[in-house]
Design a binder for this molecule. Structure first.
Ligand SMILES: [Zn+2]
Length: 427
């Protein structure tokens, strides 16, 4: 009553003011109680906040509202920088860093994503870091300090089929077939003991690949292993299936890996994979020629086609820089005209190891690798020579391999049908 009397005695504009204030107060009171808290966390640097009001005596299920902050790692970031950016206590980061399981946090890289959950007071509640394709590191605040553990991310594996025919290049055909760089290289490696990808491919060659794809929540996150593949090169068919030991085998169970690679140069460095007439760069004659010439840019890495010992590495006016490798009592390979030798006489080398760089040293008209393959002292064509027998599966291993490979080989026969597999249906 007294208030009402006082109100009426106020000047008109005062009365208006009091009314507006009253309405504002009522609106604030009616506002959902949790909202202002969340807004505050977002609006103020957390360190300046007072401790939040003690939670009202509500049922225990009501947890303090956590704020989620996603952080994409930028160039130059480390966890310390990120903690500071979020206004988090770096002393706590030091505490977390003591946990062995939290080690991946030292290896964050630009583009990685971290998810922080912060308490209403802006303190770290938990931190998720998916540090590998299939594992997330989770750091949690507990009563006794921080706790770090690795959670497995479940990935779906589905099969897919790619089929391509070579028109301009193997690379283009594989890209058109939907394969990524890793898969293309894997396919070339897989058949690299049988086919010279640098020079022996022809238009019309074709291939079929059955491979795995990894999905996370229906999103494709990675390409998996090649399960089986077929490559038809100049009418000759080669097939390979992933074996139980992680190596590839022919349908008969013979290892794809052999003692010699068909080409000592990765096909990616060869400007044209089609080279029907192999002219000697000096004489201009097609044959006779003691070796094979690979034309590629100066500096292209040259690989040892097989494991062995370097028996000669030097320079003379004809060979330029050269490297000879003895593989056993029968086989010797020679690599000429290098711009640089990267191995020395007497050194052991492994198959695929770089022994030098392609160049134009010695008697040449242009840069190329001249490659020779000698069997018991006689020059042979490395792409047609019969090579030492490969390892093979036998007994129970072979039976197990046959059982698994039958389905895959059947699917290679009809590459256009298994489209269904791409929709997640397995046969
Ligand atoms: Zn030559």
């Amino acid at each position: 009553m007294v208030i009402w009397t006082a109100f009426n005695t106020l000047p008109h504009w005062h009365r208006k003011m009091v009314l507006i204030l009253g309405i504002l107060t009522m609106m604030l009171a009616a506002w959902p109680s949790k909202h202002p808290e969340a807004t505050r966390v977002a609006a103020l640097p957390e360190a300046q906040l007072n401790p939040p009001p003690a939670p009202r005596a509500e049922p225990q299920v009501e947890r303090p509202r956590l704020k989620t902050r996603s952080v994409r790692v930028r160039r130059g970031d480390n966890m310390g920088v990120i903690f500071q950016r979020l206004g988090l206590d770096t002393a706590e980061l030091h505490e977390i860093d003591q946990l062995a399981a939290a080690e991946p946090l030292r290896r964050i890289k630009p583009g990685d994503e971290l998810t922080f959950k912060l308490t209403p007071a802006g303190q770290l509640h938990s931190l998720d870091y998916p540090h590998s394709l299939e594992q997330t590191l989770r750091v949690n605040r507990t009563e006794e300090g921080f706790d770090a553990r690795h959670l497995k991310i479940d990935l779906d594996t589905r099969d897919a089929v790619a089929h391509g025919e070579i028109r301009s290049s193997f690379w283009n055909a594989a890209v058109d077939a939907g394969m990524d760089e890793t898969q293309i290289m894997a396919l070339a490696t897989l058949f690299g003991w049988d086919i010279d990808f640098a020079q022996d491919l022809q238009p019309g060659d074709h291939f079929t690949v059955i491979y795995e794809e990894k999905f996370r929540d229906d999103e494709k996150v990675a390409a998996g292993d090649i399960l089986a593949a077929e490559f038809v090169n100049q009418g000759e068919r080669y097939r390979a299936v992933l074996g139980p030991d992680g190596n590839y085998y022919t349908p008969e169970g013979k290892a794809m890996r052999k003692s010699f690679l068909r080409a000592p140069v990765n096909f990616r460095y060869i400007s044209s994979n089609f080279n029907p007439r192999r002219l000697h760069p000096v004489t201009g004659k097609v044959r006779p020629h003691n070796g094979i010439d690979y034309v590629a840019p100066v500096g292209t890495p040259i690989m040892a086609s097989g494991s062995g010992t370097v028996v000669a590495a030097g320079y003379n006016p004809f060979n330029g820089n050269y490297v000879f490798i003895r593989h056993d009592s029968t086989y010797v390979t020679k690599y000429l005209h290098l711009s640089k030798r990267t191995v020395n006489k007497g050194e052991r080398v492994k198959q695929g190891e770089t022994i030098g760089l392609l160049g134009g040293t010695g008697r040449v008209t242009g840069p190329h690798l001249h490659y020779e393959f000698l069997v018991a002292g006689v020059h042979k064509n490395p792409r047609t020579v019969t090579l030492p027998k490969a390892d093979a599966l036998s007994g129970r291993e072979l039976a197990r391999f046959r059982a698994v490979s039958a389905t895959l080989l059947a699917r290679l026969e009809r590459p256009d049908e298994p489209r269904l597999a791409m929709n997640g249906e397995r046969p």
